[in-house]
Design a protein around this ligand. Structure first.
Ligand code: F6R
Length: 611
């Protein structure tokens, strides 16, 4: 949440920062702002999206060789010009951008108020900056030392970058809990919340760790810990192409990412699953196979869409591996007193690898000596680095705020892990093992087939776009897909939607059914097919509208349903990889039909780095 960018070097800083902010806008779009030193400190900020800031700056002289920028997801203080970052110090010489939350800001603020400081915004960021300023001006220390002293007093999460009018090409940055990447160019450095603003200029990056402070000049990067000891920067090569973060002709990132899925699923399988010889090899799994196979219990921790992937994994792992699995919301897990023992394996699932609740939940489980396995999309992210082992999903950058291709990649990884464990544990017979490997291998082609038939889904979206509520029902492996379908619709179209296990309908939600209520059945062919068909009949009997995701050739369900979305035949264990696709498209097209910004739905941000 909140995106930050900074530059120091020989280029014109403004276009670099502006472009970077556009790339990071998925992290928050309540306001945007830039600070540059150009005949004194200049701050430009505006409520709303980066484009609004850009427009307001047309015709203004913005030449500078260094600067900082911010795109905000509001925490402390409503979205407004006043609360937009960068914030400035009382003497106007320092400006700062911040991503995170300073939890003890109100105590710090009271002290500063007593000393006569005044505040122009409602933000915790301005408090931290003025706290740093107070130390800097009154304790006879360098700015770097003032930052270090201040951060030792801070409770919370942060990435901060400071720009100093008196030393404009030296940026001071620090992190705890929120991400920061520094790109190393020739005589220049780029700082950002993730690598997307950097990849265009350099592939050499350093991921900054918690409690590290970076002093960044055009030709120098000094890393220190909060104890003022030097830390050697670990340079990583970025494995990301510029094309992957551009729309490539699609109207929205979300649509591009839905259409990416045949390739992203294939990339996830590539080098791991070999259908010809019937094998699965996953480095992170193979190295720790004993731990996984002998787990007393597997605990899956995640949030949102990733949590839905975890729910499906629970069904798959218990079915194939006979290991008890529990799935927890990270936000609940971290604050309760869960039973975690040494033989437990924690699987943490996260697209961004930065979700604050998941990160803290991992730390908590680690304290209890559990083994942490991360299933993460963003390479080098905090969760991947905090895990003992893991597997990257390799879905490529996901920029649309609603998760689509990361979800299917998570399912693929989790299914491969289950198969690998089951095969070693001998809880699966050879025939079924080979059959499921083959089923996974065929998924990319089957997803392509669904994506060839999107026009009918678009028409369906137009037909139902004015519905006030939606109900999504599924059973077995498709129950979490009902939850996921409802979540996608809610976040993209702002239509109220609920997902339920189909049989639970009779225990309450059926009271909602009336002529105007569309009920989406996720009803691909599986062991419960007749049961879910009966549930659909029950909705029809009450005049509800039945929309169904069905397997091709399913004439029975087609007769009952008002509308259908058809997917190819697949084993029920991998069917969620197909049944979710029409639901992603339905949500997308309804959002578009309603004229909404599907890539940046209101109030949301992609990387939830605050709890
Ligand atoms: C929904 C969505 C969110 C995320 C959740 C966890 O479309 O994207 O529900 O799934 O915020 O994020 P990650 O997976 O980055 O930990």
């Amino acid at each position: 949440m909140c995106g930050i960018v900074a530059y120091t070097g020989d280029r014109d800083a403004y276009p670099v920062i502006l472009k970077g902010l556009k790339r990071l806008e998925y992290r928050g779009y309540d306001s945007a702002g830039i600070a540059l030193v150009n005949h004194g400190m200049k701050i430009f900020k505006k409520m709303g999206k980066v484009a609004a800031l850009e427009e307001s700056l047309i015709g203004i002289e913005l030449k500078a060789k260094a600067g900082i920028g911010h795109t905000r997801w509001a925490t402390h203080g409503e979205p407004s010009d006043r609360n937009a970052h960068p914030h400035k110090s009382t003497n106007g010489k320092l400006t700062m951008v911040h991503n995170g939350i300073i939890e003890n800001y109100s105590l710090l603020k009271q002290d500063l108020l007593k000393k006569g400081y005044k505040f122009e915004s409602d933000t915790d960021t301005e408090v931290l900056l003025k706290f740093i300023e107070d130390i800097y001006l009154n304790h006879g220390v360098s700015l770097e030392e003032a930052v270090r002293i201040a951060l030792k007093r801070v409770v919370g999460a942060y990435v901060i970058i400071l720009l100093n009018e008196d030393d404009p090409q030296t940026l001071i940055a620090a992190r705890k809990g929120s991400p920061l990447v520094i790109g190393i160019g020739k005589g220049e450095h780029f700082l950002a919340s993730d690598a997307t603003p950097i990849v265009e200029y350099t592939k050499e990056v350093v991921y900054i760790n918690d409690y590290e402070l970076a002093i960044v000049r055009p030709d120098e990067l000094i890393l220190k810990n909060l104890g003022n000891e030097r830390v050697t920067p670990e340079i990583t090569q970025l494995d990301m192409e510029l094309a992957a973060i551009e729309k490539e002709g699609f109207e929205h990132f979300m649509l591009k990412e839905i259409f990416d899925q045949p390739v992203s699923i294939y990339d996830c399988l590539r080098g791991r699953l070999d259908a010809k010889i019937g094998s699965i090899r996953m480095e992170g799994v193979d190295k720790h196979l004993d731990q996984l196979v002998n787990a007393n219990r597997i605990l899956i921790i995640a949030c949102g869409t990733s949590w839905h992937a975890g729910l499906i994994a629970e069904y798959v792992i218990e079915e194939l591996c006979r290991i008890p699995v529990e799935v927890e919301y990270a936000s609940e897990f971290r604050y309760r007193n869960p039973v975690v023992n040494e033989g437990d394996v924690i699987i943490a699932i996260s697209q961004s690898g930065e979700t604050a609740d998941t990160l803290v939940a991992i730390e908590k489980a680690k304290e209890n000596k559990a083994f942490i396995f991360g299933v993460v999309n963003v390479v080098g992210s905090s969760i991947s680095r905090q895990s003992h082992a893991g597997a990257y999903t390799h879905a490529g950058p996901e920029i649309g705020v609603a998760s689509t291709k990361a979800f299917t990649a998570q399912l693929v990884i989790l299914t491969m892990i289950a198969l690998r464990i089951a095969y070693t544990k001998k809880t699966i017979d050879q025939t079924r093992y080979l059959h499921l490997i083959n089923e996974l291998h065929e998924i990319p082609d089957k997803v392509s087939l669904i994506l060839q038939e999107t026009e009918s889904i678009r028409r369906l979206a137009e037909k139902y776009q004015d519905a006030r509520d939606f109900l999504y029902l599924g059973r077995g492996y498709n129950f979490p897909i009902a939850l996921e379908g409802a979540l996608k619709l809610k976040e993209i179209s702002y239509i109220h939607a609920e997902g339920y296990p189909a049989a639970e309908m009779k225990h309450g939600p059926i009271a909602l059914v009336e002529e105007s209520l569309p009920v989406v059945f996720v009803a691909t062919k599986d062991a419960y097919h007749e049961k879910i068909l009966s549930n659909a009949q029950e909705i029809k009997a009450r005049k509800g509208k039945v929309i169904a995701v069905i397997t091709e050739g399913d004439t029975l369900f087609k007769e009952v349903a008002d509308d259908v979305m058809v997917v190819p035949q697949a084993d029920e264990l991998v069917a969620p990889l197909l049944s979710v696709i029409p639901l992603q498209l339905l949500a997308y097209y309804i959002g578009v039909a309603k004229g909404l910004d599907v890539d940046k739905p209101r109030n949301l941000a992609k990387s939830v780095t605050v709890e």
